[in-house]
Write a protein that binds this ligand. Sequence first.
Ligand SMILES: [Zn+2]
Length: 417
Amino acid sequence: MRTPESRNGTACRFCKAPLSHTFVDLGMSPLCESYRNAGQLNQMEPFYPLHVYVCGDCFLVQLEEFVPPEEIFTEYAYFSSYSDSWLSHARTYVEMVTSRFGLSGNSFVVELASNDGYLLQYFVEKRIPVLGVEPAANVAAAAVSKGVPTLVKFFGERTARDLVSQGTLADLIVGNNVLAQVPDLNDFVRGMKLLLKPGGVITVEFPHLLRLIEENQFDTIYHEHFSYFSFRTAERVFAEHGLVLFDVEEIPTHGGSLRIYGCHAEDGSKGVSDAVRQLKEVEVAFGLANLERYASFGENVKETKRKLLEFLIRAKRERKRISGYGAPGKGNTLLNYCGIRTDFIDFTVDRNPYKQGKFLPGTHIPIYSPEKIRQERPDYVLIMPWNFQDEILRQLGYIREWGGKFVVFIPEVTVIS
Ligand SMILES: [Zn+2]
C-alpha cells in the first residue's frame, strides 16, 4: 500500500475519512465510454488515473472523481435493450416484484437511471404507472418513444424534492447498476429516502465487491464507476439516511450482483430476513472487514495481466488471428491496462449501431458490426462482456465452422472450443 503525495486531503465519498489505502492501481486510462471516430484518432486523448482506494473506516472501495458526471452521462452510448439476457432479467424482476409487493394500477414506480426504458416498459405493459429518471438525453428519448415517461435529470435530493412538491411519492424505487455511478452518494440516497412513500420499497442492484475480488473482475473498474460495495458498506450508507435493508438476494448479473431491499427505518412492517444476517457473516469470513484482504487484490491483478499477455504473445507467434466480441466499458479497462492494441486484436464487433464505425478509446481497435466475424474468420474471438458469455456463445456458435475458438480472460484465460 502506498500513499501518493497528490492524494493528500482526499476524503471518502461516504464517511469523509481520509483515503490512503490502495485497492488496485490500474494506471492511466481514457474514459471507457468515450469511443473515438476516425477524425479523432490523431488528436490528443485525455487519460485519467484508474487508482482505486479502500476507505479504512467504512470499507467503501472507490475512485476519485476526475470528470464531472455531466461529461460522462449526458450522451451515453450504452443502450440496455441491446442485450437479450438483460431484457429477460428485467422482465423476470418486474413479475417478481409486482407479485411480492402487490403492485397495481394504483401504485407508482420510479426507476433511477432508467436508460432506454428496458425495465419500466414491463410495468407499462401491466398498466402500473411509472416514471424514469435518466440524465442521458439520447437514451431517455428512446424510452419516451416506447411509452415510458422519462425525466431527463440527475437524481439526488433536489430532483426528489421537486418530485415530492408535485405530489409524487414512490411505492417502489428501482436503481439497477446506478449506485456505483453516483458521485455524491449521500445526496443520492437522501433523495431516495425523500421520494419513498411510507411503506414503500427500494430495490437496488449492484455488482458485489466480494465477487469482484473473488473472481478477479478488475475489468469492471472504470472511471464511470466511482464506488464498489459490499453488503455491509451499503447497509451502513442506507442506515445513515434512515433506511433499513430488510432483505438481499445474490443474483448472477454482471458476474455476481446483490439485489438489496430497503424501506424506511420507521416502517415496522418488514422484518429483516435471515439472508441479510447470513450474507454479513459470509462477508466478514471472506475478510471484507479486514484491510489486508483488500490489499491482496492488486497482486492478483498483476499476475492476471502477465498470464493474459503470455497467451496473446504465444497466439500471435503462431500467426493466429484474434478478434474481439463486444465493445463494453469493461473491455476498455482490460485492454488499456494490459496494453493490448491492434498488435494483438485486429478488430472488435458490437451489436449496438452507435458504436459501429468507431474505435475503442485509448487502444483505437476498430469496431464493426457482428457480420465482420463471419467475413474475417478469426482463429480466436475474445469475449469482452464475459457476463453475457452464454448468450454470445450461442449467437456465435458458427465460428466453429472454420475451427474458431472463444477466449475469456476473466477470472483467468480460458479457451472454449
Ligand atoms: Zn469511508
